[in-house]
Design a protein around this ligand. Structure first.
Ligand code: A3P
Length: 318
């Protein structure tokens, strides 16, 4: 598989397959997946420079599958001893989950060592990412103690969320139509897409390496948050003690990270990340099945059909 061992050459983009993108005018195919030009350069840079450590946690999603939520949940979970979820000065009350848990690709190589999102002295680093399995820096797979949490979402809701998000990007010259975005999405042209292949990669790894990769679902997190939170805590080696259970800590983490709490905080209503992305664009409705309000029946059944074909034989269904 093609891999660049040093900084990408100037003509890198010109050498790769290219098609129209949903978030950006064009995206480029690298190691079988589609990426915007800036994200791709950052991805290659991180492939070449990032070294995983044993306490690292990587939270991976397809964009618009609940990244912001999971960032908040993992941050609150990992730091609950140093900072109680009901602490009135909890960092999640004044900073966005994206500030507290950076995207791996967008951390400067010289700053990897200074990322530390643990409030105690464990040195835990939590990173968010959309990078497909095949393109994750090798050290993440090699470092035994490093853990990956993947969150998937009903692809119809992911698409609808992505479509709305695309039209909230400040630098966008003109809106993209639902039909146009849908066509590109079905052709795989979404960030780190095709989304089906990205999900399938992590699904297979979670079956092969259950101690390394945890596969979660947005819908399960909505329907049974406490069950899923306990599962996550156990996987990360931080199970809740009986004392914590008795005093309601799991509940308090769920409440702190709920759509209602986070979306109403000033930190998440104002400001931008990565210059052109408004913090409030990461919070829309947070509803399971919202696709019914936006997609035609034909669109929904086309997405279902692709999902069925792609996931056939994998044991994964949606
Ligand atoms: P909708 O557009 O369907 O509302 P990401 O964080 O990966 O960009 O995903 C954004 C999606 O997650 C949006 O979905 C957003 O509303 C939803 N979301 C954000 N915070 C959430 C939370 N705390 N609980 C549930 N959903 C949340």
């Amino acid at each position: 598989m093609m891999k660049y061992s040093s900084n990408p050459p100037e003509d890198l983009l010109a050498s790769l397959p290219r098609q129209e993108g949903i978030l950006q005018p064009y995206c480029y195919q690298y190691q079988g997946f589609w990426h915007g030009p800036v994200g791709l350069k950052e991805l290659i840079h991180c492939q070449n420079h990032f070294l995983a450590r044993k306490n690292d946690i990587f939270l991976v999603t397809a964009p618009k599958s609940g990244t912001t939520w999971l960032k908040a949940v993992i941050y609150a979970l990992i730091n609950r001893e140093a900072c109680h979820p009901q602490d009135p000065h909890h960092p999640l009350l004044t900073q966005t989950p994206h500030q507290l848990v950076p995207f791996l690709q967008y951390v400067e190589a010289s700053c990897y060592d200074s990322v530390c999102n643990s409030l105690d002295d464990s040195g835990t680093r939590i990173f968010g990412s959309h990078i497909p399995t095949v393109s994750l820096p090798e050290s993440i797979w090699m470092e035994e103690g490093a853990k990956i949490v993947y969150m998937s979402r009903d692809i119809k809701d992911t698409f609808v969320s992505l479509f709305h998000f695309a039209n909230k990007i400040d630098s966008r010259p003109s809106p993209i139509s639902l039909e146009k975005a849908f066509d590109l999405f079905c052709r795989g042209s979404s960030p780190s897409g095709a989304v089906w292949d990205q999900i399938l990669g992590y699904w297979k790894e979670s079956l092969d390496k259950p101690d390394k990769v945890l596969f979660m679902r947005y819908e399960e997190m909505q329907n049974e948050p406490l069950v899923q939170l306990r599962r996550l805590a156990l996987f990360l080696g931080k199970p809740f003690s009986q004392e914590e259970e008795n005093s309601g800590v799991p509940h308090q983490i769920i409440n702190l990270c709920s759509f209602n709490t986070l979306s109403n905080l000033e930190a998440n209503k104002k400001g931008n990340i990565l210059r052109v992305l408004r913090n409030d664009s990461f919070f829309r409705s947070g509803v399971v099945g919202d696709w019914k309000n936006h997609l035609t029946l034909e669109m929904a059944s086309k997405l279902d059909q692709i999902t069925e074909e792609k996931f056939s034989g994998s044991g994964l269904s949606m």
